[in-house]
Design a binder for this molecule. Structure first.
Ligand SMILES: [Zn+2]
Length: 158
């Protein structure tokens, strides 16, 4: 992908560019037979945290991609708050991860595919921080098909 800029300022990569990075993380989860969900945290154009689902590998139901990315980003920032940061995640965060995002006070959450069963927006309550902007549907089909293919393969294995 190439970006063009008509000024001397560097071109700012769009949400699709960063979502593609989150998809790369999701593919890493596949290597360990994990449900392929990936996340990254971006601050001022720089990726400061990466994560993918590790629940099987760590035997830890809380080891979601978003949690890994939040922890990595906070370590990078040297503080627990992720103001001026954006979380990119391939699937709509669950209630736990949306709750964690509240504590980070992250500025934006951009997710790919909706999760009608486990996504945080299915409950009628504000879970994310009131200042957190939510964007959905970025590269939705790519994000969703990763998961669909995973479960189809799994079903065929047994
Ligand atoms: Zn989660």
């Amino acid at each position: 992908m190439r970006y063009f800029s008509f000024t001397d300022e560097p071109a700012i990569a769009p949400d699709e560019f960063y979502m593609n990075e989150a998809i790369k993380e999701a593919r890493l989860a596949l290597d360990y037979d994990e449900v392929p969900i990936g996340a990254i945290v971006v601050c001022k154009g720089r990726i400061i945290g990466r994560g993918h689902n590790l629940t099987e590998r760590l035997n830890d139901v809380t080891a979601h991609a978003e949690m890994q990315a939040f922890t990595a980003a906070a370590n990078f920032m040297g503080g627990k708050y992720l103001k001026d940061c954006t979380l990119y995640v391939t699937i709509e965060p669950c209630i736990m991860c949306a709750g964690a995002s509240y504590w980070t006070q992250i500025s934006r959450i951009v997710f790919g595919a909706h999760d009608l069963k486990r996504g945080f927006s299915r409950i009628n309550q504000q879970i994310t921080h009131p200042r957190t902007e939510i964007v959905s549907g970025i590269m939705e089909n790519d994000c969703a098909s990763l998961i669909k293919e995973f479960f189809i393969k799994k079903r065929n294995k047994t």
